[in-house]
Design a protein around this ligand. Structure first.
Ligand SMILES: *Cc1c(COP(=O)(O)O)cnc(C)c1O
Length: 401
């Protein structure tokens, strides 16, 4: 839009990642309200579960209230008990690790590789060198190493071939946090055609507002064992065993998705392939624009996979730019677009100070370097061009010497 008086181009603020409701969202939510099914029962919940299962090529999916609850239920189902050890990532959203604390288990932070996901070599050496293996149980400082949480960060697939080899060798349950990687799948190798979240024992998804599809708040769990998913669904609805009497043989949770959320989700699932297509196309555009830029590089996604390319990351060259991330983010905001820093390390957050870490090198390295740039599905080519140009100008002006 052109401001006539000033004669300058006025831009709409470009957000980092906002939801997109171009499809049947209103229609389905209205329908759920008209039918009076707004809570944890209703046809949209089942429909969403079926659509997810079809998309992921799995048998059974349980819809729940958030990605966090999906992760918590997976840990419960994996048998993680107080005092057990769970291997977790240092560089991701803290919700991937908090459920370990809900179970009074002990997190050990293992470094990431250049995909920001769990480093399979360090995972292996931790199991071999820091643990005792008796042929059935892996022990670390007296605790049983029960499970590991693998996060597919920003839509990138973790190196699942190596990770699964180690997990199988040492009897570890693998919980995939695929909340950022719905639609990411292998195109080559042992897992060709397999989607993030469908390779380990459990796969967790989130439909929070900034994810590739959203239900406002919501999530889902799948497992390689369909009856495990049934049990997760049972636990998520207060573990009520009798249709007429209030009988509960286990401690349940109020973790079920509502029909209102699911109505939104069914509409979003219809659009998911198009959202992925746009994310991929926009990534290519940014890639062209950052090609050869000397102060920062657009991070790639793993070879042999097709990523949903949910989030884009600029790796700032810290040998030339020492400005604080806060300064960069504020400067971008002043230019009319939103950016963010990758997360602070979870092992440095208050509730996790003093927890054990293993060979953290890449995680702190990337924590100080990665800037995420606008990635909404609605972003226009012109806006991408503007963002890239402004980021390049800004980083250029901040470079030393
Ligand atoms: C968003 C996110 C979660 C949490 O999902 P909620 O639905 O917000 O509970 C967990 N892990 C990762 C990696 C996420 O990005």
């Amino acid at each position: 839009m052109i401001d006539e008086k000033e004669g300058i181009i006025m831009r709409k603020f470009i957000p980092l990642s906002i939801p997109n409701f171009e499809g049947n969202e209103k229609k389905y939510v209205d329908d759920a309200i008209d039918q009076g099914w707004v809570s944890t029962g209703g046809a949209y919940i089942t429909k969403l579960e079926q659509e997810m299962a079809k998309f992921l090529n799995v048998e059974n999916v349980a819809a729940c209230q958030s990605g966090t609850s999906a992760l918590h239920l997976s840990l419960v189902e994996a048998g993680v008990k107080p005092g057990d050890v769970v291997l977790v990532p240092p560089l991701t959203f803290i919700a991937a690790v908090n459920p370990v604390k809900y179970q009074f288990a002990i997190p050990v932070f293992i470094d990431c590789d250049d995909s920001f996901c769990l480093d399979p070599i360090k995972l292996r050496s931790f199991c071999e060198e820091e643990c005792e293996w008796d042929g059935e149980v892996l022990k670390h400082n007296g605790g049983t190493v029960k499970a590991l949480v693998v996060v597919h960060v920003f839509g990138n697939m973790a190196d699942m071939e190596s990770i699964m080899d180690t997990a199988k060798k040492y009897n570890l349950k693998v919980i995939e946090d695929a909340t950022e990687a719905l639609g990411t799948h292998y195109t080559e190798g042992r897992y060709a055609g397999k989607y993030a979240g469908t390779i380990g024992d459990f796969g967790c998804y989130s439909f929070n507002g900034n994810k590739i599809i959203t239900t406002g708040g919501g999530g889902a769990v799948t497992s390689n064992n369909p009856s495990t998913v049934d049990h997760i669904r049972f636990l998520s609805t207060q573990a009520k065993t009798d249709p007429h009497y209030y009988i509960h043989d286990e401690v349940g949770y109020n973790y079920r998705m509502t029909n209102l959320q699911a109505a939104l989700g069914v509409a979003q699932m219809e659009e998911l392939p198009e959202f992925i297509r746009r994310k991929q196309k926009n990534y290519e555009k940014y890639k062209e624009l950052f090609d050869g830029f000397e102060y920062g590089a657009l991070m790639p996604f793993r070879e042999g996979t097709s990523s949903n390319k949910w989030f884009y990351s600029i790796n700032i060259d810290r040998s030339k730019i020492t400005a604080a991330m806060r300064e960069i983010i504020i400067a971008c905001h002043d230019k009319g677009f939103e950016t963010r820093a990758i997360w602070g390390l979870i092992n440095e957050q208050k509730p996790y100070e003093g927890e054990e870490t293993y060979k953290l090198e890449k995680a702190p390295y990337y924590a100080s370097r990665i800037l995420n740039i606008p990635a909404s599905t609605q972003i226009t080519e012109d806006e991408i061009q503007y963002v890239a140009e402004q980021v390049k100008l800004l980083l250029g002006s901040l470079a030393n010497g």
